[in-house]
Every structure is written in C-alpha cells, then in structure tokens.
Ligand binder design. Structure first.
Ligand code: PA5
Length: 437
C-alpha cells in the first residue's frame, strides 16, 4: 500500500493542455534533479539516501538510541529548522498523543523535550526546572554548528550536565549530530570526546529527516526506524518516474505550480489529526525555505481541522480567492471511539449512535472539501493509510521529491536559504558579535 494523491476535485480549474505543458517542464526539472545539473545539484544526496545510507553508522545509531531509551528519563533534542522539525514531526505523528504524560513503564522510553528552536527565556527556564531531577541525555543537532539558538541552548544544558554529573559522566550523556568534518560543533565534539553522528555533506538541513538528524530522536522515542526507512525506500522508484501521470509526487508539484500561475499563491495544508501538526510545520519549512526566492514561491500555511473550520473556515469559504488547499487525510486511525446511544435524546445526537468519531471526522472532511471547492478553492488530497512509521517514511519522501521538482519549476535553487542570513547579520551586529561573516 502507498500514500495516495488525489487531484480530482481540482480538475475543473485546469485544462488538459495546461497539464501537458507543465508535464514537459516537470520532465526537464526531473532530468536536472536526477543528474544533479540544476542549481544546488551538489545537495541531492537525499534522493537515493533511503537506499544508500551508511549501514555501519545506522547500526551504531540504533544502539546508542536504545541505550538512551533505557537509561534516560528525559531526552532533550536541541536544534532548529531542518535540525529540529523532522524529528518532532515523527514523534508527534507516531508516538501516543499524550506521550510525555504517560508513565515510563507504559511509554518504555524517556520523555522527549525540544530546546534551541527559539530563544524564549521563559521556555528555557521552565524546561531546565522541569528536568532538574530527571536522568537526562541530550542530542544537539546543528549542521553548521554556528546557529545561535541551538548553540546557546547547548551551552546551558552542557553546563547543567557537567555541574550535576561531573565532566566525565556528562560526556557520556551528550550526543552530537553535525557535519562530518566542519564547524565549531564538530571541533567541540572531538575535543570533548562526545559520541557523534554525521549529517551528510550533500544533504541540506530540511531534507535531512531520514539521516541521524531525525533518526536518533526517533529511536529514543521508540519509533521503528527500519520501517521509516523502508517506507521511503519503497517509493524511491515510483517518485523517480519522470512523468506526471505516473508519479504522484511530480503531479502534486505540477498542480501547485499551475495554481500559482493562476493567482492561487498560497497553499493551505489542512489535516484532521492533531498528530500531524508538526508534519505540517516541517512541510512549511521544506517548501517555504526551498521555494521562497527571487520574489516567487507558493506561500505554505497550515490549518488544523475541524478546529480551524470554526475560526478560519469563514475566510476560506468566502474571503480572498488567492489560495488552494491540500488536505492531509489519515485513512485508518489505530484506535476508535464510538458515539454512545443514550436513552433520552435531549442532545439530539442519537442519529449518530454507533458511528465512530473517525467517520464523523471523515464526513467533516468530505463536507469541507466540497464546500471549499464550490467556494472557489481548488482542493488536492493526500491520503495516508495510517499513522505508522512506514507511511511517515513515504510521506517525507513524497514531499521532499515534490519540493525538489517544484523549486526547479519555479526556477530557483531549492537547496539553499540565503534569505535566512539577513536577520542573523542584524541580530549579530546588535549583539556586538566580534566577527560577522
Ligand atoms: O534547511 C536548512 O538548511 C535550515 O533550516 C537549517 O536546518 C537550520 O537553519 C539549522 O541549521 P543548522 O543545522 O546549521 O544549525
């Protein structure tokens, strides 16, 4: 089984001719991406990664992950952007909903917290206090090793561990994921003798979720990473087909681009499962940072339904018509809840007695898609069979492949992020950093 992509509801917005034309552009983009001849072509290591990853490092990673899983009470993942969102997306999608609130005996894994993804004093102070009495391990993740947010958080947690356990023991509890050879974090790790995992040179941050960046936190949280990688590997061929008719990832990329050309410049990714919130956050970063260049690019935004139907639903139905929507739907939840029958029907809900919440959710989804389509919003749909590691792997690869192609359709380099430097330069100047590169 595979995740399915469905553009049927959007077909009335497009002609066969437009699709054929875009199909030809996709073919060219495909040739560039496959041969590495497009902009950023030195960063396409992720394309064959699910088949070619370093087995030795992977075995060491799983072993380390299992050790932490058994020993730690709290595991702190320190990173930002591509060094953060993939792991969080996986954990929120695949672990129990109230994961951190479960007992360790039930969870069979430590609580997982994130740090270094912002610089809030309050958040950081409260997190430090929360884990004060717990057995801690940390994984600091930064490819460059120079990003201020995670490096500041790492300094704090390193100090905490060294004070609490002494330098020797702290060393065993710090795991560093960074560039294989470059950067201050690599130098620090070598100097201190920390266990390290490498972010491949030819894979950029936001395309790195299936590397140690995402995999180590997943193992610690008890996620079956063999299944994650198998899911991605199983679709490498399908999403490697050059034509939009046979490649759902390319079809998705082509349709987004066509809608953009028609003035639908924002994409709303709507999901009906709270566990997919961070998949949407990861997706926003993937597409936003890859495509938003040269005054171009679809603006990626996310919605969480049915909650947001009661806030932004009005706007979606009748506001400006400059967006299209992609619904991310999970076909079968791993658990069901059914509406009970009541003797009295004062709340007038007995017509739903015996119906599962998921079926009600499904009808909300179908109803919303139909209403929005009629209201002038083209709707695409991605159906994920279930919230499992295998389909997480597929989904990641689907979006990565679509994003690489989409960047080339927009004529930009989908693998760099020069615009992110602008705020950093200002911030460093304001902070009085001695050398600003
Ligand atoms: O996609 C990217 O490359 C970025 O989002 C980076 O992941 C993010 O800026 C963090 O960078 P680093 O891993 O160097 O700390």
């Amino acid at each position: 089984k595979q995740i399915a992509f469905d553009g049927v509801l959007a077909s009335e917005y497009l002609t066969e001719y437009e699709l054929d034309q875009m199909g030809m552009k996709v073919q060219q983009a495909h040739d560039m991406l496959s041969a590495g001849t497009g902009p950023g072509g030195q960063h396409i290591g992720w394309v064959h990664w699910p088949e070619t990853y370093n087995r030795e490092e992977y075995a060491r990673l799983k072993q380390m992950g299992e050790t932490i899983r058994n020993r730690a009470e709290a595991f702190i993942v320190i990173g930002i952007g591509g060094s953060y969102l993939g792991a969080r997306a996986a954990i929120e999608m695949l672990c129990p909903v109230f994961y951190n609130q479960w007992s360790k005996a039930c969870r069979k894994a430590p609580e997982v917290y994130f740090a270094g993804h912002q610089m809030s004093a309050l958040y950081t102070a409260h997190l430090l206090r929360l884990v004060e009495e717990k057995e801690i391990y940390i994984n600091v993740i930064s490819k460059s090793g120079t990003t201020l947010e995670p490096m500041l958080a790492f300094r704090l947690f390193r100090e905490m561990l060294e004070k609490r356990y002494g330098k020797e023991e702290a060393r065993k509890r710090i795991i560093v994921t960074t560039d294989l050879t470059h950067g201050p974090l690599r130098r620090l790790a070598e100097h201190e003798g920390y266990e390290t995992f490498a972010i491949p040179d030819n894979i950029g941050g936001r395309y790195a979720v299936l590397t140690p960046v995402g995999l180590l936190p997943m193992v610690v949280a008890g996620i079956d990473v063999d299944a994650v990688l198998a899911g991605a590997a199983d679709v490498v061929r399908l999403y490697g087909k050059p034509d939009v008719d046979n490649n759902p990832a390319y079809r998705y990329a082509a349709l987004r681009c066509l809608f953009y050309d028609k003035g639908k410049t924002t994409e709303l990714l709507a999901s009906y499962e709270p566990g997919l919130r961070y998949v949407a956050e990861w997706w926003k970063q993937l597409f936003g940072e890859s495509e938003g260049k040269g005054g171009k690019g679809v603006f990626p935004a996310s919605l969480h339904f049915s909650t947001d139907l009661h806030s932004l639903g009005q706007y979606i139905q009748e506001g400006r018509r400059d967006f299209f929507m992609t619904t991310l739907w999970v076909e079968a939840p791993s658990e069901q809840v059914t509406v009970p029958a009541m003797g009295d029907d004062t709340d007038e809900l007995n017509y739903l007695s015996g119906v599962s919440f998921h079926e009600v959710n499904r009808k909300a989804c179908e109803g919303a898609m139909l209403a929005h389509t009629q209201g002038g919003v083209p709707n695409l749909r991605i159906i994920v069979p279930e919230q499992s590691p295998y389909y997480f792997g597929q989904l990641v690869y689907f979006f990565e492949k679509a994003c690489g192609i989409s960047g080339y359709l927009f004529g930009v380099n989908p693998f760099d992020q020069p615009g992110v430097e602008a705020y950093k330069r200002n911030m460093f100047r304001l902070l009085g950093k001695p050398k600003i590169t």
